[in-house]
Design a protein around this ligand. Structure first.
Ligand code: FES
Length: 323
């Protein structure tokens, strides 16, 4: 196991109080203070950074009720095709271990006073949405509906809880059994924008489909969260250079590393939050070069002169950005 010590991103050393299987291939982990004291508060939709046993830093949404002050709960999908972070946490972490954890941050905040909410979750994307639903409590008048898409009942985290009688009529769970032809048709849900806020978290394909179907919605009512920190690595990804207009400094951006992280490694601090292309915090002016946009934020008219440096890459051999 790597030497897990608190550092700037993960200043708290928390104890893993409980681990259990939330579904096939999905583990739930609960963290608490070693002395049982209160944890820093969080709001629904928040995430924490966790340094997993092999040393990698990973970001996970909190799925418990934000009114709970003594525990953080996450659910982790064991991804054998990933970069090893989820496998390390699922396979190597044990109850009682002390793990460095960051203070909660929220790049997917729930608007307080919406007339209605539509939640769209794909797979493990249910986690931040579960925290939102739990925050409504039993007495809430909030009008909401959840559409939750998974492969099969066995791979559906929190299935029992979401099938409870109090959620009758509010939760639609749909399994496609891996067959795209069995995908749920969301068009009737998104056809008519109203006073509703839409929260969508899931795989890239689901989020892009929802974004494409909601182009006629006000952007302020559409909220996306990706669990793919730094963006996914694609087979045809290539290294490229990023050049800072202000100083003329040039850095290479390797495959599998974001522009944001390259800048950080060279001591250049740019504001960020979600680090998955959904919140808009790292928006940067693109001076020249052709970006390979991979975010969910920029509008068509922004694409030629802005870039979200936490996920986007380059189609050209270099990008000059206004830093
Ligand atoms: S940090 Fe959120 S879009 Fe880049």
């Amino acid at each position: 196991m790597a030497n897990l010590q608190p550092h700037a991103d993960t200043p708290m050393l928390l104890r893993i109080a409980r681990i259990h299987d939330a579904a096939q291939g999905i583990r739930s982990l609960e963290f608490e203070q070693p002395d049982g004291s209160e944890l820093p508060p969080f709001t629904p939709g928040s995430h924490i950074k966790v340094q997993v046993p092999n040393g990698l830093l990973r970001k996970y949404s909190l799925c418990n009720d934000a009114s709970e002050r003594h525990r953080y709960v996450i659910a982790v999908k064991r991804d054998a095709q990933g970069q090893g972070g989820s496998m390390s946490l699922c396979d190597d972490a044990k109850e009682g271990d002390l793990i460095p954890v960051g203070v909660p941050d929220n790049a997917f905040a729930l608007v307080d006073n919406a007339k209605a909410y539509v939640f769209i979750a794909g797979g493990i994307g249910i986690t931040p949405i579960l925290s939102m639903i739990r925050s409504f409590g039993e007495l809430s008048n909030a009008k909401w509906k959840l559409y939750y898409f998974t492969r099969s009942p066995e791979t559906t985290a929190f299935l029992k809880e979401l099938q409870a009688p109090e959620f009758k009529g509010k939760v639609k769970i749909h399994h496609d059994f891996g067959d795209p032809a069995k995908a749920f048709d969301l068009w009737p849900v998104l056809e008519r924008p109203g006073d509703t806020h839409v929260y969508c978290c899931g795989p890239r394909g689901l989020m892009e489909a929802v974004r494409d179907m909601s182009g006629h919605w006000p952007a302020t009512k559409m909220h996306f969260e990706s669990f793919n920190e730094g963006g996914e690595v694609r087979a045809d990804d290539k290294p490229f250079d990023v050049v800072l207009k202000g100083t003329g400094k040039r850095f290479q951006v390797p495959v599998g590393v974001s522009i944001l992280n390259v800048l950080r490694q060279h001591g250049c601090n740019v504001p960020s939050s979600c680090e998955s292309g959904t919140c808009g915090t790292c928006r940067t002016t693109l001076v020249s070069g052709e970006a390979d946009h991979r975010d969910m934020v920029l509008l068509p008219e922004d694409l030629a002169h802005q870039v979200m440096i936490c996920v986007s890459r380059a189609k050209s051999t270099e990008l000059v950005i206004d830093l």
